[in-house]
Design a protein around this ligand. Structure first.
Ligand code: SF4
Length: 325
């Protein structure tokens, strides 16, 4: 299969675990054209046309559930997941009158973010949508490549906070992220394994004062299908991985889940669906939020996680160029 060969050529070893020779003999279960993919979890062989439709159907279902209107902010990193989210949401919603604004955060990672931004710009130009780029350096006077201790933790927390602030500033009714099924299943399982039920129940929160509602349109699309979709549609994506990516625990959970999915197809879907049911069953009182005493963003404690982490980094020194906050 051309797609899998090309993706492997590009060094993307995590993607398609299919046997091209086997697939050539297979027919699409929807129309009998030659199949290009076999979904072990659904038992379906799909041709290119029906594979693309299948991915779009899953994304549409999540968007319909989310009832998006007005302005939709999309967290756009330039990687395959957010690029596919941007592409499909633009196709789906722009013609229905929704204003799409892509927001990219430059964390300050030399040799990674600059290259990704170039690829991101080409998709933005192709789609002709509004784009905001915010940087940690401009907003907080720090660069992630100068943080010595737990750069990934700080990066994730501060990025979430900045994305929320940016989405609020443009009056967005929701903020879409590119989390795919694998991301989702890993996060859910990690929280179970840590016994962090509070965090588990805070995932996928609805709208709250000061907190823009998050939506995850790719939540039921497996990572390798997102990559194949991007390839088949010719969406420009950057394959570069951040050198700080994947904490040890997430990498272990990822490997474990891939093994479970191989032996028991559908495991990742079950985890994501089970989490949705759990949220419905618990119907717990929404967690209380107040304003962070430093930046005014929503926070569970007096100081929000972002300001707390930034203060720790400043105490250690070494990540700052200038201090803004
Ligand atoms: Fe930031 Fe970690 Fe993602 Fe790199 S992998 S961009 S450090 S969150």
């Amino acid at each position: 299969m051309v797609a899998s060969v090309r993706l492997f050529e590009m060094g993307w070893h995590v993607l398609l675990v299919v046997d091209p020779n086997l697939l050539l003999q297979m027919r699409c279960d929807k129309c009998s054209a030659p199949a290009i993919v076999f979904q072990r979890y659904s038992g379906l062989h799909l041709c290119q046309k029906h594979f693309l439709l299948d991915v779009e159907k899953k994304i549409k279902r999540e968007v319909r559930k989310a009832k998006v209107s007005g302005t939709l902010a999309i967290a756009f990193s330039g990687g395959k997941d957010s690029a596919v989210a941007l592409y499909v949401l633009n196709e789906l919603l722009a013609k229905l009158g929704t204003t799409i604004v892509a927001i990219t955060i430059d964390e300050g990672i030399a040799g990674y973010r600059d290259a990704v931004l170039k690829k991101a710009a080409s998709l933005i130009n192709q789609l002709g949508i509004e784009w905001q780029v915010l940087s940690f350096e401009q907003e907080f006077g720090i660069r992630i490549d100068r943080v010595k201790d737990r750069p990934c933790t700080l990066c994730g927390i501060v990025r979430r906070s900045l994305l929320n602030r940016a989405a609020k500033s443009i009056g967005a009714s929701a903020l879409a992220t590119g989390h795919n099924l694998d991301d989702e299943a890993q996060t859910i399982l990690m929280n179970y394994l840590r016994g962090d039920i509070d965090r588990l129940l805070r995932l996928d929160h609805g709208e709250k004062a000061g907190l823009v509602r998050r939506i995850k349109p790719l939540k039921y699309v497996p990572e390798k299908e997102v990559a194949l979709y991007a390839f088949l549609r010719g969406i420009p994506i950057d394959l570069e991985e951040c050198r700080f990516s994947f904490g040890v625990f997430r990498a272990e959970v990822r490997e474990l889940l891939n093994e479970l999915e191989f032996n028991h197809p559908g495991t990742k879907h079950s985890l994501a669906r089970g989490h949705e049911k759990l949220l419905q069953l618990t119907q717990r009182k929404p967690f209380e939020l107040r304003e962070c005493i430093k930046c005014g963003e929503p926070s569970v404690n007096q100081l929000c996680q972002s300001c707390d982490e930034l203060a720790k980094v400043r105490l250690q020194g070494g990540a700052e160029n200038k201090t803004k906050q």
